[in-house]
Each structure stands twice: as C-alpha cells, then as structure tokens.
Write a protein that binds this ligand. Structure first.
Ligand SMILES: Nc1ncnc2c1ncn2[C@@H]1O[C@H](COP(=O)(O)OP(=O)(O)OP(=O)(O)O)[C@@H](O)[C@H]1O
Ligand SMILES: [Mg+2]
Length: 252
C-alpha cells in the first residue's frame, strides 16, 4: 500500500520557479517509476498550461473538486505522462466563500483517498498565502520553497518561514520544510553563488545541494508544453531537475 508524500511548492514571492519546479519534479519522479500526481491550485493555471492543458471554463478543475470534494479521481486529467488536477481563472470565484467559511481542510479531506494510489502528490501554490495555499499546506506533509538566487531577498524568506511556523502552530502541526531550492542560478555572474552561500549559512540543514541553473530549454519546454525531460533530456535543465529528484528520493 502506498502512502503518498504530499509536497507543496510554495513561496509568497512571484516568479521564483514554483511552477517550473512542480511540473518538472513531478515529471522526474514519474520517470523514476514513482507514481506522482500534480495538483495545480493557482488560479493562474500555469502548471496546467505548461503541460498543454488550456482549461476552458466547462472542463473540470481543482475549483470543481473543492466544490464537490467526493471522488477526486474524477478530476484528474492526463497530459502526456503527467496526471494532474488542473486549474484556471475560475478558481477565484470560490475564494471569498472558502475564506468566509474558513475552509482550509477541504483539499486535505478531498484527496485523502488518493494517498494510497500515489507515491508523491506535488501541489503548485499561488504566489501568496491565500485560502488556496492554506488548503495546500493543510493537505501536505512537507514543503519545498524555491528561491530566485538571481534576485533575492533574505527578508522575504524570513517572513515566509515565520509564516510557516505560525501556520504549523495554528493549522497543520505535522508540516515540515523538506528544503529550500535555489532556482534561476546564473553561472555567468558571482551573484548567484554568493546568494547560494548566504542561504547555506542561513539554512544549513534545509538547502538542497542541487541548484537549478538558468536554462533557455526550461523556457522552451514550457512553450512546447512539455516537461524538461520530454523536451530535451540531455541539457542542464534535465540534469538539474533529475538531480533534485534523486536528492528527494534518496533523502527519504
Ligand atoms: N531555471 C530556469 N531557467 C530559465 N527560466 C526559468 C527557470 N526557472 C523558471 N524560469 C522562468 O521564470 C519564470 C517564472 O517561473 P515560474 O512560473 O516557475 O515561477 P512561479 O514562482 O511559479 O511564478 P508565480 O509566482 O507567478 O506562480 C517563467 O517564465 C519561467 O519560464
Ligand atoms: Mg507559478
């Protein structure tokens, strides 16, 4: 019997590499034979779009799952090798109602029956600690925090860590930080390596050894609506996400 590790990819800062990491980590895990489900809980729907799912309003999405939390299987779409519960702009329609009802455990209750079917469930969060992020954090055992090491504020990360501690106390005491992930690492300047070292000093046990280098293939793969492994399995993008996948599988 499988009991999925449920990992939220979160950072309230925008554009740091959350979606890129969620999509390619899920693909990397699947490639290594770990059955993995991706959940897009961001109304931007970027993870869904980057796998070729441009979701029309009449197609089932995570919004419909949160409104009808039974039978979660019915909401899973197949995109190439990926299994994904997709999202789109319509998710915003239920934000006020969920917030008003303080419904932070809807996703957790809803996906509970899937835990025995998957080794991993990866949740791509929006760039704010809103009611959807809270649902994701409530449903998760662990979080990965991607950080843009090309442009980075340690203060922003400190605030996020404080927020997670508060969330742990108030909503989900079993939540653990799996790791901080350095993304968009630029080898042409010394800035990224300086920031990586600063992160290492601040989070000696939590920073992944793997860092994700800037790679034009990562952008091209998203435009081609494929994972990095399906787009170009030999470049640095695939190398880095493969290394992250191995670090996660071996570290547990
Ligand atoms: N390693 C990389 N190399 C090159 N471009 C990258 C890399 N990682 C991410 N990007 C690009 O940076 C942008 C932001 O990445 P991504 O969408 O993954 O961030 P995000 O944190 O999910 O953003 P948001 O907060 O809006 O959800 C995207 O255009 C993506 O293509
Ligand atoms: Mg995103």
């Amino acid at each position: 019997m499988k009991t999925a590790k449920i990992i939220a990819i979160t950072n309230q800062k925008g554009g740091v590499g959350k979606t890129t990491t969620a999509v390619n980590l899920a693909a990397g895990l699947n490639k290594k034979g770990m059955r993995t489900l991706l959940i897009d809980i961001d109304s931007q729907g970027n993870a869904s779009a980057s796998l070729g799912l441009i979701i029309e309003h009449d197609i089932r999405t995570v919004k419909d799952l949160l409104c009808n939390p039974q039978n979660p299987r019915d909401f899973i779409a197949i995109a190439g090798a990926a299994e994904i519960i997709p999202s789109n702009n319509s998710l915003k329609d239920i934000e006020d109602a969920l917030l008003k009802g303080k419904n932070f455990d809807t996703l957790n209750n809803s996906i509970a029956p899937l835990a025995n079917e998957y080794e991993y469930i990866i949740i791509d969060c929006p760039p704010s600690v809103n009611v959807f992020t809270k649902n994701a954090l409530k449903a998760s055992n662990e979080i990965i925090i991607p950080v843009d090491v090309g442009y980075f504020s340690l203060l922003g990360l400190k605030q996020l860590l404080e927020e997670i501690e508060r969330f742990k106390r108030e909503i989900n005491p079993r939540l653990e930080i799996l790791g901080v992930l350095a993304c968009r690492y630029d080898r042409r300047t010394s800035l990224s390596s300086q920031i990586y070292e600063t992160l290492k000093q601040s989070f000696p046990d939590k920073l992944f050894n793997t860092y994700i280098r800037l790679s034009i293939d990562i952008v091209r793969a998203q435009i081609a609506q494929k994972s990095i492994f399906d787009y170009n399995n030999r470049g640095t993008g695939a190398e880095d996400y493969n290394s992250l996948t191995e670090e996660i599988i071996n570290g547990q």
